[in-house]
Design a protein around this ligand. Structure first.
Ligand SMILES: CC(C)(COP(=O)(O)OP(=O)(O)OC[C@H]1O[C@@H](n2cnc3c(N)ncnc32)[C@H](O)[C@@H]1OP(=O)(O)O)[C@@H](O)C(=O)NCCC(=O)NCCS
Length: 156
């Protein structure tokens, strides 16, 4: 499967919206928007992202829109994030997408956060060179409770 990153197009947003409203994926990610079903808030968020210094990319697998990957935040504290459509899980898409993003964005360190039980995401980050730096507690909207969160760092 050929994984490619490109700029985000308007037509990708409904696809991202559907992916982020997949209950199984949202539960896994845990730290989601307060109300992922709020389209207006979702659209406003992407408008902000696309007009900011964040680097947001659409992930294509063999030409299909299968997810998103981004680097966001203020300089010195920039974090990576990604999301892959459940139909494509377990085929190396997130790992290839994150590798592509890291090749595009030279700044280091970069940070990442994942629910402590999000083994798939932690594995993707580990394969791309991130190391666990600290664990914390945080309120996870998709779980409705405070859970353990892992912060990881990719040094230069
Ligand atoms: C996490 C996510 C991005 C992974 O995407 P993916 O394309 O399936 O990831 P990859 O195929 O590149 O790699 C997944 C790795 O995790 C492993 N993995 C997946 N689920 C696992 C689990 N439950 N326990 C242990 N390992 C797991 C896979 O075996 C693979 O490792 P390997 O290459 O050593 O075999 C995807 O599940 C997703 O989008 N989830 C919802 C959103 C989310 O959680 N985003 C991250 C927020 S921090």
């Amino acid at each position: 499967m050929q994984v490619v990153l490109r700029e985000v197009h308007d037509s990708d947003l409904p696809v991202f919206y559907r992916q982020m409203n997949d209950p199984q994926a949202a539960r896994m990610a845990a730290f989601t928007a307060e109300d992922p079903a709020d389209w207006d808030a979702f659209e406003a968020l992407w408008k902000r992202i696309r007009s900011s210094d964040d680097i947001a990319r659409t992930v294509l697998a063999d030409g299909d829109v299968v997810g998103s990957a981004a680097v966001y935040g203020v300089p010195g504290e920039r974090e990576v994030t990604y999301w892959v459509d459940r139909a494509y899980w377990g085929r190396g898409v997130a790992t290839a997408a994150l590798r592509g993003l890291l090749a595009e964005v030279p700044e280091r360190p970069l940070y990442a956060r994942a629910a402590a039980d999000n083994k798939g995401s932690l594995r993707v980050l580990e394969k791309c060179g991130f190391q666990v730096s600290v664990t914390a507690r945080g309120f996870a909207n998709a779980r409705g409770e405070e859970i353990d969160e892992v912060v990881l760092t990719l040094e230069g």
